[in-house]
Design a protein around this ligand. Structure first.
Ligand code: FMN
Length: 361
């Protein structure tokens, strides 16, 4: 019996499973389309894409599937002034640049806010769902998204953030537990204070808001989906589990790092982007954090981008931002359709025997 929830009903999905937006190359059109064809919701993480790239990615997804898909952006943040003291940050990353054969880094440049142009491309993309993280959208953006009939999802790491998103008009809230891989979506409180685990966060948000809740953070298999549903969520959003799928666009060294990682292998760091994010500990993270970190977001992100691109080309995991959640030990190499089918079947079985301590088949 397929699991039916308000999410599957509202979005025409077969399974209450969402492939998290995976900005930075993980969520290829092949992945998004495979997830959609498997009956779940795939997302294009478009935050780092230009409007032209957003249009192209969406075109590729639409060429591969007729099923609904989603698109995701970062809520626009005020750009902090250019850091005045960049020499120490440059010196900290220079040896890594040299090791990869890159020219000595110079002060990073950040493009002016491109959110409005990205949003316009997202609205024309044919996506059925729009999601965002890092804040609340400007009213005009919410109005434009709703006028185009897209289902709107915002990301919360606390009850207070979920309530703010509900007030701002989202159709559903994605809770991001502290286990989650990637950047923290926290926007209304301290990053440290907002490290609430999924099992504590989901029911408290479910009790506080009227809109449906999608759980994320550390959910890797059908037991995770079943647990999320029992806690009151209408679905589960999985990021790390999709990164090791065949269709995911991250370097082989990144997939291998996840597939061999233990549950204690990840940590929160600002070393790559200046904003706290959870990833597998590697040399770059350890050395930059030990030396005192880098520039604020998004300046550090811009500073390390050439390094991360070169590391991806060279398949060098020690310089990549290996974003991954605490569920890493449950990751498998498989096709996205197999992952979706497996998670759905395991959850259905787990919910038929909710007290069973058995492992998924
Ligand atoms: C590589 C990577 C990239 C991510 N990029 C985004 C993004 O662009 N937008 C977003 O809302 N969330 C992003 N996330 C966070 C996910 O939405 C989600 O919170 C997280 O993956 C859930 O935890 P899990 O990785 O343990 O499944 C990203 C996560 C990872 C691992």
């Amino acid at each position: 019996m397929p699991l039916r929830t308000v999410l599957t009903e509202r979005l025409g999905l077969t399974h209450p499973i969402v492939q998290a937006p995976l900005a930075g190359g993980g969520d290829t059109p092949a992945l998004v389309a495979a997830v959609a064809d498997a009956g779940a919701l795939g997302f294009i993480g478009a935050a780092y894409l230009t409007p032209a790239q957003i249009a192209e990615s969406a075109r590729e997804v639409r060429a591969r599937t007729r099923r609904p898909f989603g698109i995701n952006l970062f809520a626009p943040l005020p750009l902090p002034p250019p850091p005045r003291e960049v020499e120490a940050a440059l010196a900290r990353v220079a040896p890594f640049y040299a090791e990869l054969g890159l020219a000595r880094p110079t002060a990073p440049a950040v493009a002016p806010d491109t959110f409005d142009a990205q949003l316009a491309a997202a609205l024309d993309s044919g996506a059925a769902v729009f999601s965002f993280t890092f804040g609340v959208l400007p009213d005009a953006a919410t109005t434009a998204i709703k006028a185009r009939g897209l289902f709107l999802l915002g990301t919360a790491t606390t009850v207070e953030e979920a309530l703010a998103l509900e007030r701002a008009g989202v159709d559903a809230v994605v809770t991001q537990g502290s286990e989650a891989g990637g950047h923290r979506g926290t926007f209304a409180t301290d990053f440290e204070a907002a490290m609430v685990g999924t099992i504590a966060l989901v029911p408290q948000v479910v009790d506080a808001v009227r809109v449906p809740v999608v759980a994320s953070g550390g959910l890797m298999d059908g037991r995770g989906l079943a647990a999320a549903l029992v806690l009151g969520a209408a679905g589960a959003q999985l990021g790390t589990a999709f990164l090791t799928c065949d269709e995911a666009g991250v370097p082989a060294a990144y997939k291998d790092a996840i597939l061999t990682a233990r549950e204690d292998a990840t940590r929160l760091t600002r070393a790559f982007s200046g904003r706290p994010a959870r990833g597998i500990v590697n040399r770059f993270m350890t050395e930059v954090d030990r030396a005192g970190g880098g520039l604020p977001f998004p300046w550090q992100n811009a500073l390390t981008r050439p390094l991360r691109s070169a590391a991806a080309q060279a398949n060098r995991a020690e310089f990549l931002s290996l974003w991954a959640g605490q569920g890493v030990r449950l990751a498998r190499r498989q096709k996205a359709a197999e992952l979706v089918a497996r998670v759905a079947a395991e959850a259905e079985a787990a919910l038929r025997r909710p007290c069973a301590a058995s492992r998924p088949s």
